[in-house]
Design a protein around this ligand. Sequence first.
Ligand code: NAD
Length: 350
Amino acid sequence: MTKINMVIIGLGGMGSYHARELIKDTDGVHAYGAFDINPEQLVKAPDMGLKIYDKLADVWQDEAVEAVLIATPNDSHKELSIQAMRAGKHVVCEKPVMMSSTELNEVLAVAEETEKVFMVHQNRRWDKDFLVIRELYRQQEIGSLFQIESRVHGANGIPGDWRHLKEHGGGMLLDWGVHLLDQLLFLVDSPIKSVVADLSFVLGDDVDDGFITHITFENGLKSIVEVGTTNFIKLPRWYVKGLEGTAVVDDWDLSGRVVKQTGFIDHHKLVPIQAGQGLTKTMAPPSEDATTTFPLPKGVAEFDTFYHNFYEVVRHQAVPIVKNSEVMTVLKLIEMIFKSAETGQTIHVR
Ligand code: NAD
């Protein structure tokens, strides 16, 4: 196996995480060096076994370097990706791949022209909580899913770095939103039918501090995707409804449960109960007595790790797990969400 020497461009939070945790020689990719416009960020590079590059041009000219990881703020992904591929390097790019679908078209044209691999790090396709939902969707343990609610809630507001600045591609839709939408589209094997969305600006930034969107698919499945940064009480990470049951995944620690209907409900013999100042048949027993609670199923990624797949794609031994056509669909969905939020209209996809 001839390893791919990779240079990390942008040795901040995520660039360092790739170097320390994700890029593995055993996958065929070697964390070889680093460049950052802020030299202070490079002080830690030698401890991480990384060669320091003082200039970007030195990375481009170094023939020992076969690929780069772009882990810089979002607005710089396009220019750096194009430069890298023109210099003959393969590219792994952090999410969001670009600021718009127009930018991505330009970059993909360069990838085609230079015959370089361009792959986006949509790492949350490997998240265990997502894989549980994928298992429920595919195995239909609670019947066919007809509603999927995917949320990430926190109360820290927008981090005070480039993430709260519009010119750098800040805001929560381009941050966590990209992950949640990528997971949803990777899961659901049906085209999008319509999208309606609202962005939150309660913190007074130029960029959204959260959003909520309703996405309907051609097969009838409905979904709610929500990110909030002012939620002092969190709603569950996932809440999904199937025709025979409901499942909840509370958080990344995989606490949660599946509740299935296991008993008979005679809809003609429901006895009303008092609820608040009124009576209800709809919400009366035996709806709960006729159910059984089960643990969450295990979700397993039957596909390769990101970096081993990248290695095999570069060596023409596999197709990418994260396809550029898929990240393009996510970007177009993000554009629909922005448009719906701006116009207050539902966007119907033809
Ligand atoms: P960060 O601010 O911690 O690090 C960014 C680094 O890039 C900084 O060290 C900065 O000095 C450097 N930099 C800025 N412009 C540069 C340029 N033109 N050339 C070289 N270096 C430059 O940010 P971060 O949290 O590491 O985010 C970086 C990217 O990674 C973003 O696109 C973000 O969306 C993505 N990210 C992805 C995940 C994930 O789970 N996939 C998680 C966090 C961040």
